[in-house]
Design a protein around this ligand. Structure first.
Ligand code: GDP
Ligand code: IMO
Ligand code: MG
Length: 426
């Protein structure tokens, strides 16, 4: 059996949480492979909206097991809060949530370091979610990190102390004004760690291997999006993990040959939260309309998301890097009412027209070239069949499928689980 992957193709918030929830019925295991509580994955059903940060989006399905993989970074404090939010639902967490011993822990001082680093950058700040993601992955690759499995060892608090003391010295080095009470933060952390220890820790790579061998179906859930990838994103305005398909191999221990379908999710337009270049960003009424109708506010930080037209150059790049086999187009309903739909199909770059993503995509180097398609007026939110979709939306879909040379399997027409149109049956 091969594992399928589901990942975001833009700057995150494409609707991964919703689609993982929709697809979970077809899978035995849902496994997160990277990122941490910088993610905010929204699910909606039965009139309730849920936001998950670290816990995989299959958690509401009785049959599915959920794994937090080795590539994920866990903040025990946020994790406990997530579990508390789930406690009013009939979920057997001890049974249905498994944590990799090799996942790294976010310490309170990692969060402080994130804040100090951002404060020291001034205008050049990344616009981080300030959840400690960068500093934690730095300790991972620097070979200093504290892992979930360490919590089962007698000396973990000594390791913690050594690392936290070093972090404190580093915070002073930044020489910025950060107020904190470490004793309070540590008391909260240690109590949250005890809570984390009540869950099942596993050697997840072995678990995943045996599960595939015995025919279990696994869906790997990505966080963030390809343009936030540490290697292939809009560096340095990226996150600190590999958000692309290869991240699922390293973040779960799945061999490349054992990857099946790669589902790529994109919005029918583009959004970005935080700093960094965004060629198709709109500063006019159209952009405001997308933000308002699409309710574009970050699920983790509440910050307004920047909005713009679909960037087909960037999307092609993401399809290529990930080897996407099937696409899912989200938030098609948000584009209802636009007279014309614009799609960026090339860039003017240093006096040339190019159709690939160059090294720098800052506005001073590059302007988008748009193709216009006719819009549609119909409300899509009650539609359930592909045949009901307006002709001009069908044309938009056909156009994108042809340009991306990849089929669009799902068209999403609202935030609810049921507002999902399956175009292809497989
Ligand atoms: P994720 O991080 O990729 O899981 O995405 P987020 O949850 O951060 O952001 C997606 C937002 O769009 C959430 O508020 C979803 O409830 C909402 N959403 C998802 N699909 C659709 C859709 O097809 N239409 C509309 N209007 N909203 C959607
Ligand atoms: P999901 O999984 C959108 C952005 C931040 C910032 C940059 C670095 O919900 O799609 P970090 O906290 O990682 O240091 O922030 O990445 N970012 C996201 N944007 N969706 C996310 O996750 C994001 N996770 C991080 O806004 O620009
Ligand atoms: Mg999100």
């Amino acid at each position: 059996m091969k594992a399928d992957l589901l990942l975001g193709l833009q700057w995150g918030d494409e609707g991964k949480g919703k689609i993982v929830d929709v697809l979970t019925g077809n899978y035995d295991i849902i496994a997160r492979f990277q990122g941490g509580p910088n993610a905010g994955h929204t699910l909606e059903f039965d009139g309730i909206k849920h936001v998950l940060h670290t816990i995989p989006s299959g958690i509401f399905h009785k049959k599915a097991l959920n794994i937090v993989g080795n590539g994920v970074v866990i903040d025990p404090v946020i994790f406990r809060r997530e579990l508390e939010n789930l406690s009013r639902f009939p979920i057997d967490i001890q049974k249905s949530l498994l944590i990799s011993r090799k996942a790294h822990l976010i310490l309170p001082t990692h969060r402080l370091l994130d804040a100090a680093s951002e404060a020291s950058k001034g205008k050049a700040k990344i616009g981080s979610t300030l959840k400690g993601i960068g500093p934690t992955y730095m300790d991972k690759t620097g070979r200093n990190g504290l892992r979930v499995g360490d919590l089962e060892l007698a000396d973990w608090k000594d390791k913690y102390r050594t690392l936290a003391d070093k972090h404190e010295a580093m915070i002073h080095f930044y020489n910025v004004d950060i107020q904190y009470n470490l004793q309070e933060l540590e008391a909260e952390f240690f109590s949250a760690v005890e809570n984390l220890k009540s869950l099942q820790f596993i050697d997840s790579e072995e678990y995943v291997h045996q599960a595939l061998k015995s025919g279990k179906k696994i869906l790997a859930e990505g966080a963030q999006g390809s343009l936030l990838d540490i290697d292939f994103g809009t560096y340095p305005y990226v996150t600190s993990s590999n958000t692309t398909a290869a991240g699922a191999c390293t973040g779960l221990g799945i061999a490349p040959g054992n990857i099946g379908e790669v589902y790529g999710i994109f919005k029918a337009y583009t959004t970005r939260v935080g700093s960094g270049p965004f060629p198709t960003e709109l500063f006019d009424e159209d952009g405001k309309t997308m933000g308002r109708v699409g309710n574009e506010f970050g699920a983790t930080t509440g910050r307004p998301r920047r909005c713009g037209w679909l960037d087909l150059v960037a999307l092609k790049y993401a399809v290529q890097i990930n080897g996407v086999s099937q696409l899912m187009m989200m938030k098609a309903d948000v584009l209802s009412g636009f007279e014309t739909i614009k799609v960026c199909t090339a860039y003017h770059y240093k006096g040339e027209k190019i159709t690939h993503l160059p090294y720098t995509i800052e506005a001073e180097h590059l302007t988008p070239v748009y193709t216009e398609l006719p819009g549609w007026k119909e409300d899509l939110t009650r539609m359930t069949e592909a045949a009901q979709l307006p002709e001009n939306l069908k044309k938009y879909i056909d156009y994108l499928e042809e340009a991306l040379e990849t089929p669009i399997k799902i068209v999403s027409v609202g935030p609810d689980r049921t507002q999902t149109i399956h175009r292809l049956k497989s």
